[in-house]
Design a binder for this molecule. Structure first.
Ligand SMILES: Nc1nc2c(c(=O)[nH]1)N[C@H]1C(S)=C(S)[C@@H](COP(=O)(O)O)O[C@H]1N2
Ligand SMILES: [Mo]
Length: 315
């Protein structure tokens, strides 16, 4: 790793730490105006929760009863360093990103390697809705109604060999379309990895849609990973390659700053990141902080994967 990587600022909230992201409706809600009395309602402009741009998922909640974030929030506050380190710049910069034609190469230690066209993946593996919390290591979170299919169903189709222990994922490398990939500070292409048993867990999905529509570019179109019990950076976008390996894959963030970003990256309120406490989080659209839940609230489904492991060492 070149020396200059070590001094590079990493996630963008470090650069704009004071920025509190809140749209006007969230502000009115937080100020009590939207939930206020009929008296108030008579003298302020009507702002309803269905008024935001984009499709509506009003009334939908995750399994803890928390409402999904607005389409506007989910598509305008994005971490996607291939386009920009500024979360609000990703949507405009990615608007012409070409997602067709697109193929995903699945290979490595499998008996049936295959290059899938995105259309074939979508017809082979029927899409279902999964409403998941996404918890970023920068200590904000959102509730997102994805559509997609289980990663396990694709892995089973290529038949992993018994030597396969890990799964490595890779994002498209195309600096002409993704200007951030011209930056020498990051080891492109973005890559991520999971242990094979983590990848086989039913919670892990490949998402191809959002709010019942095609996935927007800024959220990882045409296909991205979603691993809801891990910090957001594990959920790699715009995947072109999936490879089964017998060695632990290196990942972009743990290459850039190994003391800050581990391979596991399980959401864990008891293990702080050097620059951000992980004990609580700010749900986008809310003012009060929420306590962060172990494994982002998915302990029942995934805690067994880490039996006997020291999660402070394996962060
Ligand atoms: N290829 C790629 N995938 C990525 C990132 C990225 O910069 N590049 N950022 C990650 C981070 S840090 C987060 S929090 C989530 C954000 O997903 P969202 O923008 O759909 O909310 O994407 C993850 N996947
Ligand atoms: Mo993140």
């Amino acid at each position: 790793m070149p020396d200059n990587l070590k001094s590079v600022p990493v996630l963008s909230s470090e650069i704009t730490p004071k920025h509190l992201y809140m749209n006007r409706r969230d502000f009115l809600k937080a100020a009590g105006i939207l939930t206020g009395s009929a008296v108030l309602a008579a003298c302020v402009p009507q702002v309803s929760s269905t008024q935001s741009a984009g499709p509506s998922a009003s009334g939908k909640t995750d399994e803890l009863g928390d409402p999904v974030n607005s389409y506007e929030d989910i598509t305008n506050y994005n971490n996607y360093y291939e386009f920009s380190t500024n979360k609000e710049a990703v949507a405009p910069l990615s608007k012409d990103f070409k997602t067709h034609p697109w193929t995903v190469e699945v290979g490595g230690l499998v008996s049936k390697p295959k290059i899938y066209a995105i259309e074939d993946l979508m017809s082979m593996f029927p899409q279902e809705e999964r409403i998941y919390r996404l918890r970023c290591v920068e200590a904000w979170s959102m509730v997102i109604p994805w559509s997609g299919f289980s990663l396990a169903s694709l892995l089973k189709a290529v038949e992993p060999l018994s030597k396969a222990k890990y799964v490595r994922f890779e994002t498209l490398f195309d600096p002409k379309q993704m200007q951030g990939e011209g930056s020498p500070f990051y080891p492109w292409p973005y890559q991520e990895g999971l242990r094979l048993d983590e990848a086989m867990n039913d919670l892990a999905i490949l998402a191809t849609g959002l709010y019942g529509e095609a996935l927007p570019a800024q959220d990882g179109a045409p296909i991205r990973l979603v691993v809801p019990w891990k910090y957001g950076f594990k959920s790699i976008k715009a995947i072109v390659k999936i490879e089964l390996t017998d060695t632990k894959p290196s990942t972009l963030w743990s290459t850039v700053a190994p003391n800050e970003y581990g391979f596991y990256a399980n959401v864990n309120p008891n293990v702080d990141h050097p620059r951000w406490s992980q004990a609580s989080e700010r749900r986008i659209g809310e003012l009060a902080r929420r306590p962060t839940l172990m494994f982002n609230g998915y302990s029942d489904q995934v805690a067994h994967l880490y039996d006997g492991m020291d999660l402070a060492l394996n962060y």
